[in-house]
Design a protein around this ligand. Structure first.
Ligand code: PHE
Length: 357
C-alpha cells in the first residue's frame, strides 16, 4: 500500500495536463483501478485482516482523491496565469494617430446638423427610402397630373403585371417623412428628418442618390418669422460664423404656402467662395408654411395648427462648408478622396466640443 501511495502521489505531482491527470485517476481509483481492485480483495480477508486493511485502503483512496483535486485546481490556475500573461493589453497606451478609416463628410455633416437642431428642440424622425407615391406625392398636394412628378425625375419601382398595390417610388425628397410623422404623432411637433433621396440626374452637382434634411415645426402660432430665425441660427452655428444673413425669395412648392427659396450671404472675391460675407447669394434650401391640404392629409386639423417646413441638401452644405468641388466624388469610394476629406472617427460633433476639426 505504501508503494501504491508513493507511486500515485509522485505521478500526480508530475502530471502536466488534465488528460494526464484523468488517466492517473482511472488507473488508481477508477472502476478497474489498482486501489479499487485492492478494495475488492477485502472480501477474501479474515475479519482481523480486514479491520486493519479496510480503513487503511479508505484513507489511501481519500488521500489520492484529495491529491487529484488539488492538482486539478493547480493546473487550472496555471492555465489561467498563462493566458493572463499572453493576453494582456496596456489600456493606458495613447490611441493611434494614424487613421485606420475615416468618417464620410455626409455622415459628419448629418451629425453636425443633428446636433444644432437638437439644441433647438428638434427630434430626429425617419421614413423609408422606398415609399408609396401617395406619401411621396399625393399627400404632399402633388396630384397625378402635376408637372412636379415629371420634374423630379422619379425612379419608379418595378411592378409585375396584375400587381395592384399602389405604385412605389424611391423617395424623391424627405418631405414624405412630414406626413408619416404627423400621421403617427399628430401636432404639435418639431422634427428634422435626414436621409437619402433619389432622382434620375447626373452631373457635377447632381447624383442619382443624394441626401436631404427635412425640417418640420407645427404648433398653434408658428410663422415665417420663426422659420427665418431657426434657419439663421442654424447657418451661423453650422458655418461657425456669427450673424449670417439669409434672403427669402418667393417661390412655389405644392406642399407649402407661401413658399420661399432661401439663399445665404456669400462672396466670390478672387474666384473664391466665402460664406457669410459680401453681397452675393447662394441658394441652399426650399421652405414655406405647410399647406393646409398637407396637414389634412396627415390627419392634422389646419384650422387649429400651422407651421413651417424646409428641405435642405446635406451634400450641398457639406461641399460649401468643406470646400469640396465635385458632388460625384462623394459616392465614388476613392480611398484618396476619403482620406483627404474624411473625419477622424473620434471627432464626434457637439455644440460644446466644436462642430468641425
Ligand atoms: N421637398 C422640397 C425639395 O426636395 C424641399 C422643400 C421641403 C420645400 C419642405 C419646402 C418645404 O425640393
Amino acid at each position: 500500500m505504501q508503494d501504491l501511495r508513493d507511486k500515485y502521489i509522485a505521478a500526480i505531482g508530475e502530471a502536466s495536463d488534465e488528460a494526464g491527470l484523468e488517466a492517473l485517476r482511472l488507473a488508481a481509483v477508477g472502476k478497474k483501478g489498482e486501489i479499487s481492485l485492492k478494495m475488492r480483495e477485502l472480501g477474501k480477508m479474515t475479519p482481523e485482516e480486514r479491520q486493519i486493511a479496510g480503513p487503511a485502503l479508505n484513507a489511501l483512496k481519500d488521500e489520492i482523491n484529495a491529491a487529484l483535486a488539488a492538482k486539478k485546481a493547480a493546473l487550472a490556475d496555471a492555465a489561467l496565469n498563462e493566458r493572463l500573461k499572453a493576453e494582456w493589453l496596456d489600456v493606458t497606451l495613447p490611441v493611434r494617430t494614424q487613421r485606420q478609416g475615416s468618417i464620410h463628410p455626409v455622415s459628419q455633416v448629418t451629425e453636425e446638423v443633428t446636433a444644432i437642431f437638437a439644441d433647438m428642440g428638434f427630434a430626429v424622425a425617419e421614413g423609408p427610402q422606398v415609399d408609396s407615391d401617395w406619401y411621396n406625392f399625393d399627400a404632399l398636394n402633388i396630384p397625378g397630373h402635376h408637372p412636379a412628378r415629371a420634374e423630379m425625375d422619379t425612379f419608379y419601382m418595378h411592378r409585375a403585371e396584375g400587381d395592384n398595390r399602389p405604385p412605389h417610388v424611391l423617395r424623391t425628397h424627405t418631405s414624405p417623412v412630414q406626413i408619416r410623422h404627423m400621421e403617427a404623432n399628430g401636432a404639435p411637433c418639431r422634427i428634422i428628418a435626414p436621409g437619402r433621396v433619389y432622382r434620375a440626374d447626373y452631373d457635377q452637382t447632381h447624383t442619382p442618390m443624394f441626401h436631404q434634411v427635412e425640417g418640420l415645426a407645427i404648433d398653434k402660432d408658428i410663422s415665417m418669422a420663426n422659420l427665418k430665425w431657426v434657419l439663421e441660427e442654424f447657418f451661423s452655428a453650422f458655418f461657425e460664423i456669427d450673424g449670417i444673413k439669409t434672403r427669402f425669395r418667393a417661390s412655389h412648392f405644392p406642399f407649402t404656402e407661401p413658399s420661399a427659396e432661401v439663399d445665404i450671404q456669400c462672396s466670390w472675391e478672387g474666384g473664391q467662395l466665402k460664406i457669410g460675407e459680401g453681397d452675393g447669394w447662394l441658394e441652399v434650401l426650399g421652405s414655406g408654411m405647410v399647406h393646409p391640404k398637407v396637414l389634412r392629409a396627415a390627419g392634422v386639423n389646419p384650422d387649429e395648427w400651422q407651421g413651417f417646413a424646409f428641405g435642405m441638401g446635406i451634400d450641398r452644405i457639406a461641399m460649401l462648408k468643406y470646400g469640396i468641388p465635385d458632388l460625384r466624388a462623394f459616392f465614388a469610394s476613392d480611398l484618396r478622396w476619403l482620406r483627404h476629406y474624411g473625419f477622424a472617427s473620434l471627432d464626434v460633433p457637439t455644440l460644446h466640443g466644436g462642430l468641425s476639426r
